[in-house]
Design a protein around this ligand. Sequence first.
Ligand code: ASP
Ligand code: MG
Length: 406
Amino acid sequence: MRIVQKYGGTSVGSIERIRHIAGLVAAARADGAHQLVVVVSAMGGETNRLLNLARELTPTPASREMDALVATGEQVSAALLAIELNRLGIPAYSFTGSQAGFFTDGPHSRARIRRIESSHLQRRLDRGEVPVVTGFQGVDDDGNITTLGRGGSDTSAVALAVALQADRCDIYTDVDGIFTTDPRVVPEARKLTHICYEEMLELASLGAKVLQTRSVELAMRYRMPVCLRSSFTDGAGTLVTEEESAMERAAVTGIAFHRDEAKITVRGIPDHPGIASNVLGPIAEAEINVDVIVQNVSEQGFTDMTFTVSHEDYTTTMALMRELQPSLGAREVLGDTGIGKVSLVGVGMRSHAGVARKMFETLANNDVNIQMITTSEIKITVVVEEAVIDRAVQALHAAFHLEQEG
Ligand code: ASP
Ligand code: MG
């Protein structure tokens, strides 16, 4: 068995934690002589600390130097873990992203992995050694250090598992796995033993912030099984893998929700071909992600368009819309930051009818007003007032009996 293990920031957050995970690595090796590669994040809080140091100097530090700066966080964890593994008698060696052969494209702080030249890690594995690799980083073709975006160590780990043709990628974090919904909102939420890539992708991008979305996309593309588990407690975690036979599966697997959403409505736009692209094009150009989009049936030649963006993009998007308003000929631009969205997710929806009806009925019975609705094959999303999100999630979790297996 060849396994890539990844430990996140809290899992390597102190010397004590590093001792603990060195023990986990040792145990995994003893248990079946696995060929092991370890990928680590920076110690919890370290990436932010480094970013803040630079901001004390200037609000506009050079992006190349920022990458050089934040990449050191992972280097500290990797070296410390290798030191501790050596102390336990395990032949471990730390590698930076560049040493490990992670070649990326150019844009600093959001680079993408192009290829991994893993032949020397391969040789170490063949000799029974344990490479400890820094997550989150690589090197571009000009030799500059690059980083992969916040949470990027997940993507490093999955990419390395793919490159080394590992049997599995184990991602250790501070939660026990993926739950049917956030247990802080629904205490009865149940840990899922497995979930398929597509469902995980919906849950990850909808705010169940456990895995970087890109890492799930990568795992899905190469069919790499990913196991999400806690480094703090024992337990099998949640296996993210291919969809199993849909015969007996429940319609709904989990409920995702997102509080930090905002809604923007452009009213009274003269309706003619091209308005959707005139409204949404400039937003896309500003690299702002638009989520739910609704255009009304036009009345007397005028229509309204409503869409959602995240809170952090709200001010910029509103400014952009106000600027565009005269050229669009729109009557007014309205904004509302007090909204959020709730989504039912499940590949079982493909073969079960009536999920939407039950969802809307449940929300109505609980006095939750739906502002917008959007669906895909495996997801139904409603936009609702932010203040009722908890109530909506609790009611839906109970109505679909998600606390019960299958
Ligand atoms: N240390 C980086 C971050 O905090 C990368 C990671 O932990 O995945 O975003
Ligand atoms: Mg993370």
